[in-house]
Design a protein around this ligand. Structure first.
Ligand code: GDP
Length: 669
């Protein structure tokens, strides 16, 4: 066999093979071209052994590094953080700190604060206690004592604590891919999916359900496959523990950018290990050393520079380095010892939710504990239902979903929201009742689904102002969405049709033009592709760009106010008292009366008052003084009138005449 053929089989350069052979104990000379087949077979075996040893060594090294990385991160970067409002009850404070309330009460007592379970303590006191307990305290400006996140966290903690130690089994790691816009997250997720999803038996088409699983070395890994900004939201749920490992994508030709830093801070807050995927290494301007230098400047020294940060070089477009990245993810995940109890009541998180025309409300649940099964009764945020069918990421029907598996479920009665917790319940009988009692805090996602919840009756349909919204970083996007939801009024509201991070894309512009809606951006511009579409549009649109949040909010406020129906405001113009009743003519009554205040004119609208009570209403049809019709009657004059009213009148009843003015309504911020 030729040496070059053998080298090809072993996937190395012929010269490298020639150099290595003596190290493996084969002395065939540096210029040899051929090698006999028996010897070649022995070389292959020795080579494989060497590779296995090398892999083992690498694993051991990596393990050491990741352990060190975790230890140092726990000490320095990942100090636990807690957000506290201006006042908080002791039990909610315990939830936020993630500690048993009895223990917190004891700590409070040690510090001279005698407070019972539902007593309130102020921010300053709570902050001192939290800092004493090793937390870094942030101020929670939402003003809400219990946030939606707290409620979710509490539920998950309850579910996780119901697992039985003896039933725990190893579960696949759940991975989230984060990074700056355009650095290749979507392409990487596609590359991983295309190269590693196991083909379905029926040859079904892979479905996008918000998460998928791949097999590497016979072991599954779950990838959360949501758009960039939703990945951020996912990280916030469950105290940031929906994902077990993060992949931070950095484009080799662009380097660390604002959303890279934001992703890093979210990952560090969540306290999960991460792998840096240096992507686009195929590109001309790719400069891997520059990325490593930038990481170093952030105190994240790469492993091959003597540090602890694990980096993998990939080209998502050319599909290179993907296998190695997956192997690295497995190595990192193995150190986390991820386990779950498949026999516990099922509990998971919604990673994608929508209303399908044919299937109704559907949601993809990522199972954390227990096993979801067809027929199970579930409560998902404010929605509930019985699972009618389940579909996996390969489009195949499945009957059960064990821990770490994502499944699309059909059977919910109303729509769920991304980030909602899905809990299996024994029966749905009491769910509706329970829901009314549950502390319901609207989170930002409710802006999309508020239709179900608001007083949207047929007589007073809620008018919507639909927008496509983009911001540079998730922090701004969330702040804007939260402020927009506060602008909602019973009769008008903002509907965010699409939201995202980074510049307006081609599809934003197309969608906005097709739907005739506004596109609003905060600290973003229109991408090159977007500009091209913009200039070719038949229905031209103007993207609105802002760099001050209040200006964006003022803009939206004006648009909403323009949708508001004007308010009818009554102005009282006169008061008259009935002094005689003459006769009834059909619906009309002829009366004698006297104007006490103001000036009364024919066609005036009137409230009929008896004492302090309004007994009816109507209008003046004709006014007369003597036998003459008159255009008005002034204060102090007596007159005869024909009035059309919806009640019976008697002497001494008062007629309050008014005019209606249409007044433009405004929203208060
Ligand atoms: P995302 O916004 O992070 O999801 O980025 P995308 O996956 O949408 O990628 C943005 C652009 O970069 C697309 O035009 C991709 O084709 C391109 N891209 C992604 N990965 C690579 C890569 O490895 N090499 C090259 N040359 N281009 C890439």
């Amino acid at each position: 066999m030729n040496i070059s053929e053998l080298a090809r089989r072993l996937n190395v350069a012929p010269n490298t093979l020639r150099e290595k052979l003596p190290e493996l104990g084969f002395d065939i000379g540096k210029r040899a071209i051929k090698i006999d087949n028996i010897l070649a077979q022995r070389v292959v075996e020795a080579w494989k052994l060497m590779e296995r040893e090398e892999m083992k060594r690498k694993r051991a090294e990596l393990k050491k590094r990741v352990v060190e990385q975790k230890e140092s991160a726990e000490g320095v970067v990942q100090q636990k953080r807690v957000e506290l409002p201006s006042v908080i009850t002791v039990d909610n404070f315990a939830i936020r700190l993630g500690m048993p309330v009895t223990k917190l009460i004891a700590v409070l007592m040690q510090n001279g604060v005698m407070a019972a379970l539902n007593e309130r303590i102020d921010f300053d006191t709570a902050a001192i206690i939290a800092e004493d307990l090793g937390f870094f305290v942030d101020r929670d400006l939402t003003g809400s004592e219990t946030t939606a996140e707290d409620v979710k966290k509490q539920k998950l903690e309850q579910a996780l604590s119901s697992q039985k130690e003896e039933n725990l089994i190893t579960r696949p790691p759940v991975v989230v891919v984060m990074g700056h816009v355009d650095h290749g997250k979507t392409t990487l997720l596609d590359a991983i999916r295309e190269t590693n999803v196991v083909a379905t038996e029926s040859g079904g088409i892979t479905q996008h359900i918000g998460a998928y699983q791949v097999q590497i070395k016979g072991r599954p890994i779950t990838f959360i496959d949501t758009p960039g900004h939703e990945a951020f939201s996912m990280m916030r749920v469950r105290g940031g523990q929906v994902a077990d490992v993060a992949v931070l994508v950095v484009a080799a030709d662009d380097g660390i950018m604002p959303q890279t830093l934001e992703s890093l801070s979210v990952i560090q807050r969540a306290g999960i290990p991460f792998v840096v995927a240096i992507n686009k290494v195929d590109k001309e301007g790719a400069d891997i050393d520059r990325i490593k230098q930038q990481l170093t400047e952030l105190n994240l020294l790469p492993e091959d520079w003597g540090g602890k940060v694990v980096c993998a070089q990939v080209s998502a477009k050319k599909r290179t380095g993907v296998e190695e990245l997956l192997e690295t993810i497995l190595l990192v995940a193995d150190l986390e010892e991820l386990k779950a109890d498949p026999t516990a009541p099922a509990c998971g998180t919604v990673v994608e939710a929508r209303v399908d025309r044919g299937e109704g409300p559907v949601a993809t649940i990522l199972v954390h504990t227990g096993t979801l099964r067809i027929g199970a009764s579930i409560v998902v945020g404010n929605a509930y239902g019985k699972i009618k069918s389940m579909i996996d990421y390969r489009g195949e029907r499945v009957v059960e979903a064990p821990p770490s598996m994502p499944v699309k479920i059909i059977g919910l009665k109303t729509s769920a929201s991304v980030g909602d917790i899905c809990e299996e319940v024994a029966s749905l009988k009491h769910v509706k009742k329970q829901r009314d009692f549950r502390i319901r805090i609207e989170d930002t996602s409710s802006i999309h689904h508020s239709k179900d919840k608001d007083s949207d009756d047929e007589d007073h349909p809620v008018k919507e102002y639909p927008v496509i919204l983009r911001a540079d970083v998730i922090g701004s996007l969330e702040a804007i969405i939260s402020s927009l939801s506060k602008l909602n009024d019973p009769s008008v509201r903002v509907k965010v049709v699409h939201q995202g991070l980074g510049d307006f894309t081609e599809s934003d512009i197309k969608q906005a033009s097709d739907m005739g809606i506004d596109v609003l951006g905060f600290n973003v511009t229109v991408s090159q592709a977007g500009k091209e579409v913009l200039s070719s549009l038949e229905h031209r649109i103007e993207p609105h760009q802002f760099s001050v949040i209040y200006e964006l909010l003022d803009f939206v406020k004006e648009r909403l106010e323009a949708l508001l129906d004007p308010e009818e405001v009554e102005h009282i113009v006169a008061k008259a008292v009935i002094i005689a009743l003459f006769k009834k003519v059909g619906k009309d009554v002829i009366i004698g009366a006297r104007v006490e205040e103001g000036t009364l004119d024919p066609q005036a609208l009137i409230h009929v008052m008896r004492g302090r009570e309004e007994i009816g209403e109507g209008k003046v049809v004709e006014l007369q003084i003597g036998k003459q019709s008159v255009p008005q009657v002034k204060s102090g004059s007596e007159f005869g009138a024909k009035i059309r009213i919806d009640c019976d009148v008697q002497e001494k009843d008062a007629l309050i005449a008014y005019i209606v003015e249409m007044k433009k309504r405004t929203l208060s911020l």
